[in-house]
Design a protein around this ligand. Structure first.
Ligand SMILES: Cc1ncc(COP(=O)(O)O)c(C=O)c1O
Length: 471
């Protein structure tokens, strides 16, 4: 029998604790917010007191909350994470492979996946992706997977990103089926798809598609505080003991109760979402898109497979230009790239509202009526020009430790081995990976990001147009 998803056991336990007007002789140092002028936000920032359970050894409210989570997603075991999908990806990789094991990775993975592989001392095999018409990378190419399976029959795990940051999906069911034939553990970084469990018109969820471990950034698409995430185990291919051990090692011994309470709330929010809520949500999204499309002749709205993601282009201008224009009227998008901006829409229940009308008037004001064409953007620039099915690192992690780094001009770096992970953020997908040979495609993309003053994380000197390499 399905459990009562209106329940929020951890929130209830915190409220019960607060209602007894506790006097704090414990951490945290703000003493239930008293040292913060009584700000109510701090009053739920408690710690592992009687009745409030312990994330690392749950028996009471947190265990109950995690069981309710497992029930919503139909998993064998689900965990609250307080350090984002970042920690979920790293723990999943560490628990699924041993040093020296080949691990397949979608080339456009989040940097946490590569960091997990490095910590596991495993060997990443970077599989090339398919591309959609909008020039954004999708999932791994099925032909590339076939070749990689032939070349690395002892592969232990595969990490796929589904959906992509931009909300596009691909047929992971088939890919997982193929990988399972070779007994490969399928880890799906579904950071952006915690709401897919709601079913049509949302894409199929990774758990439904047969994944073994799934990671959700609850804070991205559900109403959870930043860093609040979930990790789900949905098959016996995965060692629950190992996953738990790595999560305990990698997460704080003082996990944030506000984050965990928000995870409890977010699970109840999605667990009680009705068909009526979905229908109403889609209706208002469609109305918003229709209104957007009529605002300016150069404004093009692409709908992703996830109905809550809009990829928007101002024809002839860069995504950065459009982002700045909208910000002048207080409209903040998730990210900009050389071509597009990405807007993430809310997962709204029927009884809640969102200022879509106000947003439309502000966007109209920002764009005006005049043509704003300047240059034609090059849509091919996103697309990788690689003819390879997969690539491997030119240097092992061990060899990298022994090498000295050298700074070279970005435009002269083709064919060199990168010594740094260089990641435009957002979206957090590395363009250079340590140990990987630098391609002309990566140089073109980075040059474009630098030109547009995008935020680029990592080990580089791109302010001087230089990158670190190993020789
Ligand atoms: C695809 C993907 N995976 C993982 C992450 C990391 O998630 P978090 O911010 O919850 O640590 C992100 C963050 O943007 C992401 O886009």
């Amino acid at each position: 029998m399905k459990r009562d998803q209106t329940r929020t056991p951890l929130i209830e336990a915190i409220e019960k604790h607060r209602s007894a007007k506790p006097i704090s002789f414990h951490v945290p140092g703000h003493k239930n917010g008293l040292l913060m002028k009584g700000d109510p936000f701090y009053q739920s920032d408690v710690t592992e007191l009687s009745g409030l359970d312990d994330l690392h050894d749950p028996h009471e409210a947190i265990l109950e909350a995690e069981d309710l989570l497992s029930d919503v997603y139909g998993t064998l075991k689900s965990y609250f994470l307080v350090n984002g999908s970042t920690v979920g990806n790293i723990a999943a990789v560490l628990a699924s492979c041993s040093p020296g094991d080949p691990v397949f990775v979608q080339r456009n993975c989040h940097k946490s996946v590569m960091n997990g592989i490095k910590l596991a001392k495993a060997v990443p095999i970077l599989i090339e992706t398919e591309w959609n018409d909008e020039g954004t990378a999708l999932g791994i190419r099925p032909d590339a997977l076939k070749e990689a399976l032939k070349a690395f029959p002892d592969v232990k795990a595969c990490v796929l990103t589904y959906p992509t940051y931009y909300g596009f999906t691909f047929n992971i069911e088939k890919i997982i089926e193929e990988l399972h034939k070779h007994d490969v553990t399928c880890i799906i970084d579904e950071a952006h798809g915690a709401h897919f469990t709601l079913g049509t018109p949302f894409p199929k969820s990774a758990i439904e598609c047969g994944a073994d471990i799934v990671i959700h950034s609850a804070h991205k698409m559900l109403p959870a505080l930043t860093m609040g995430s979930y990790l789900h185990i949905s098959s016996s291919r995965v060692s629950e003991r190992k996953v738990k051990e790595y999560l305990t090692m990698l997460q704080s011994s003082s996990p944030s109760y506000p984050i965990m309470a928000s995870l409890d709330y977010a699970r109840s929010y999605v667990g009680t979402f009705t068909k009526g809520d979905v229908d109403q949500n889609i209706k208002v999204v469609n109305e918003f898109v229709q209104a957007l499309e009529g605002i300016h002749p150069q404004l093009i709205v692409y709908r992703a497979h996830d109905p809550l993601k809009l990829v928007i282009q101002l024809e002839g201008r860069t995504g950065y230009f459009l982002q700045q224009l909208l910000e002048s009227e207080g409209i903040y998008s998730e990210l900009a790239d050389p071509d597009y901006i990405l807007m993430i829409l809310p997962l709204l229940k029927k009884n809640l509202s969102f200022p879509y009308k106000e947003a439309i008037s502000r966007i109209r004001r920002a764009l005006g009526n005049e043509p704003i064409i300047e240059k034609i953007t090059n849509h091919e620039s996103n697309r990788s020009n690689s003819n390879e099915y997969f690539t491997t690192l030119a240097l092992s992690f061990e060899d990298m430790e022994e090498k000295d780094e050298l700074l070279v001009a970005l435009e002269e770096a083709e064919g060199e081995i990168s010594a740094g992970m260089v990641t435009p953020y957002p979206p957090g997908i590395p363009l250079l990976i340590p140990g990987e040979r630098i391609t002309s495609h990566a140089i073109e993309r980075l040059t474009e990001y630098v030109k547009n003053q995008a935020n680029i994380q990592g080990h580089h000197r791109l302010d001087e147009n230089r990158v670190f390499v190993y020789r």
